[in-house]
Design a protein around this ligand. Structure first.
Ligand code: BG6
Ligand code: MG
Length: 213
């Protein structure tokens, strides 16, 4: 039976996936590279530098390591202004109810986000004490779709992967959860997230009975 639920952050707990898109879109505009929301789907769950690499590839452009670092910093500074005003009101509907139910059932909860901004966002959302373990993405060597981050959280929660559920809005994230040997819940578009075991359009539509049984 399920003993732990491991949440992605951006796009599952709050709408920061949209802020990431806005900031990448602005950077792509700055670089003169066409970038759509469809292109962005493939970048969800992907870490900052690899996301930049994907945009540069779309535009057939190349940059030095130092230039890439500067572009990543520019995107992150823009992103941080977009998330600066976030508050507990920005927690997606349904999240608090799910956390309350899991607590009653004694099911552990963790966060597996590729974002280096995750701790700051959780704090702004008032959720910094809501999870037993939050992965430090700077310590993860192999990014999603590799299962490392989900396996790291499961190990920290001391729950075998087979008894874990992962919740993701990103195709790369769903692939990571499945590769970790966990049940995968997809939040969003069924076509994008077809590898998931169950798909719900938004976090508040999660059927907890189905997810946990
Ligand atoms: C993931 C997002 O959660 O974090 C990606 O889905 C983002 O869009 C990645 O690029 C890295 O985030 P950050 O905040 O470290 O740039
Ligand atoms: Mg996400």
């Amino acid at each position: 039976h399920i003993q732990a639920v491991i949440f992605d952050l951006d796009g599952v707990i709050c709408d920061t996936a949209h802020f990431h898109f806005i900031a990448w879109k602005r950077l792509a505009d700055h670089l003169g590279i066409a970038f759509s929301e469809t292109d962005n789907e493939q970048m969800k769950g992907v870490d900052r530098l690899n996301s930049l690499e994907m945009i540069l590839k779309l535009g057939g452009q190349q940059r030095s390591a130092a230039e890439k670092q500067a572009l990543c910093d520019r995107k992150n500074a823009d992103y941080q202004t977009l998330i600066a005003e976030m508050s507990p009101a920005d927690v997606f509907p349904g999240v608090q109810d799910i956390l309350a139910t899991l607590k009653v059932r004694d099911i552990s909860v963790g966060v597996a986000s590729a974002s280096k901004n995750a701790p700051a966002i959780l704090q702004r959302l008032g959720l910094d004490r809501a999870f037993a373990y939050v992965a430090d993405s700077s310590l993860i060597k192999n990014n999603k779709p590799d299962p490392e981050i989900f396996l790291t959280v499961a190990a920290a929660l001391e729950v075998a992967p087979a008894h874990c559920v992962g919740i993701e809005d990103a195709a790369a994230g769903v692939t990571a959860i499945k590769a970790a040997g966990m049940r995968a819940i997809g939040i969003g578009d069924a076509e994008v997230l077809h590898q998931a075991d169950m798909i719900f359009p938004t976090t508040d539509k999660i059927d907890l009975i189905r997810m946990l049984s």
